[in-house]
Design a protein around this ligand. Structure first.
Ligand SMILES: [Cu+2]
Length: 465
């Protein structure tokens, strides 16, 4: 099922791909500092040369001393767990920490499907970085990120066999598999000016309420977790695959890149968010908590990113030629857009000065899959006597588990970016259908369960959704 290629070949291939069109984004670094909060007593403020600098792991040679130290530190954490599985500073305890705050947990602890996702995962990575630093007594040891906008294969460092602490046997992809381009539409997230569109809405407070993830979580974040498969495609075990820290390292970086992308991209000012306490463990495995307002500046947490550059292909409006095409099949979920319940006028008005905008796609009484479900979403409508297909994004919908891991079958939302042509079709009531076309993933079959959707509507914001 998996083949191991020569590391050098794969490395060169990765480099070749990444050098195409590599220019920097219009990053206004000043807008980052304007979002920063004061250093807190809890976080040790370091001067800039004692900061851990997180870099793209795909840029390192296999024998780089920094990678060797990183692996040595991981081996120490793994060894601790072999000696004592409950050692709070070990690999096992750290992996379980993620499970404590995911779908198996009570609402109050849930950090997915909502606006806690990016601050909590930043804290979780900090917690790992602290443990690694302490293990080898190197306070500048840094985690890495896998910039999948530049390198579409899982980097070579993560392959080999069990003797490599970065390897994980459960992945469903191999070193030869490339992430499909449409899995990485960072641009749609960047153009989301409202944090809730990018990063998610407030957490639900009681049973039965609908959840609304941010676009970043439901698109590239979920898509890549699920594409890798194995432990990475689960809430409870993803923290046990070392690629988790490289994938989330890039998501954490994209959160900062989103803030730098436009002065309009600002963080929530709600007390409910800023004052929220999030929990993890420190470098010794001792429980700690941070308020979100103290997690907004990475330097307060002892690290910075080497750069915030991304492959511009994924940041600019998606090229027409790169968009996936609709290939109709019996596995597609097709449902009419309900114009009665959609905010058609409000959406059309949004397009007066815009070519594209973000909307919420809402569907009721959805029968959700028991497995993560990756789909390309299309709108189809009549235009000049022909049926048109318009691609709007690729998303991975996760089964939503209630307390006691009961599968919820309530409404589901997706935040999507649509182009003017769709708004015009809506305005002209052109017999619109929404299509979820499941995406085949390496070494897996499309799930047999066909997604069932009812009463699909489009809303401008959540309050009305
Ligand atoms: Cu998570």
């Amino acid at each position: 099922m998996k083949t191991n290629k020569s590391p050098r070949r794969d490395f060169l291939k990765t480099m070749g791909w990444s050098t195409i069109g590599l220019s920097t984004l219009p990053l206004a670094t000043s807008s980052i500092s304007s979002c920063q909060t004061k250093p807190t007593e809890k976080a040790q403020t370091k001067n800039s040369n004692s900061l851990a600098v997180r870099k793209n792991i795909a840029d390192f040679a296999p024998d780089d001393p920094e990678i060797k130290l990183f692996k040595d530190a991981l081996n120490i954490l793994k060894k601790r767990s072999e000696v004592s599985p409950l050692d709070p500073s070990g690999w096992q305890a750290h992996g379980m920490l993620h499970a404590t705050f995911c779908a198996t947990s009570i609402y109050a602890n849930q950090v997915h499907y909502n606006w806690y996702v990016w601050p909590w995962h930043r804290l979780y990575l900090w917690s790992m970085e602290q443990k690694l630093q302490k293990a080898v007594n190197e306070p500048t040891l840094a985690l890495h990120y896998w910039d999948w906008t530049k390198a579409p294969n899982i980097p070579d460092h993560y392959w080999g066999n069990e003797s490599n602490p970065l390897f994980n046997v459960t992945r469903m992809v191999g070193p030869e598999n490339e992430l499909p381009k449409d899995f990485i539409n960072v641009g749609a997230g960047f153009r989301a000016e409202h944090y809730k569109t990018f990063g998610g809405y407030p957490a639900i407070k009681k049973r039965g309420e609908a959840q609304l993830d941010g676009l970043a979580e439901q698109s590239f974040h979920n898509n890549i977790h699920n594409w890798i498969g194995g432990q990475m495609a689960t809430f409870t075990e993803s923290g046990f695959d070392p690629i988790f820290y490289a994938h989330h390292g890039n998501c954490d970086r994209i959160w900062d890149a989103w803030r730098a992308y436009s002065p309009k991209n600002t963080l929530p000012e709600d007390e409910e968010w800023l004052e929220k306490r999030l929990f993890a463990t420190d470098g010794n495995g001792t429980p700690v908590d941070f308020k979100i307002k103290d997690l907004l500046n990475t330097e307060d947490l002892g690290y910075r990113f080497n750069d915030l550059d991304l492959n511009p292909t994924y940041c600019n409006p998606y090229e027409e030629a790169d968009k996936p095409e609709r290939n109709a099949s019996a596995q597609d979920c097709v449902a009419p857009l309900n114009l009665e319940t959609s905010q058609t006028d409000a959406i059309y008005k949004e397009f007066i000065n815009k070519e594209r905008t973000h909307v919420i796609l809402h569907f009721e009484r959805a029968q959700l899959p028991y497995q993560p479900y990756c789909a390309r979403v299309f709108f189809e409508y009549d235009k000049e006597g022909e049926r048109q297909s318009k691609y709007t994004g690729t998303f991975t919908i996760l089964p939503i588990l209630d307390l006691d891991s009961v599968l919820l079958q309530n409404g589901v939302h997706l935040q999507i970016e649509i182009e003017k042509e769709i708004a015009e079709a809506i305005e002209q009531e052109k017999n619109i259908e929404v299509i979820f076309q499941p995406v085949p993933l390496p070494n897996r079959n499309i799930p047999d369960e066909i997604l069932k959707l009812e009463n699909i509507s489009l809303k401008l914001n959540y309050e009305d959704a």
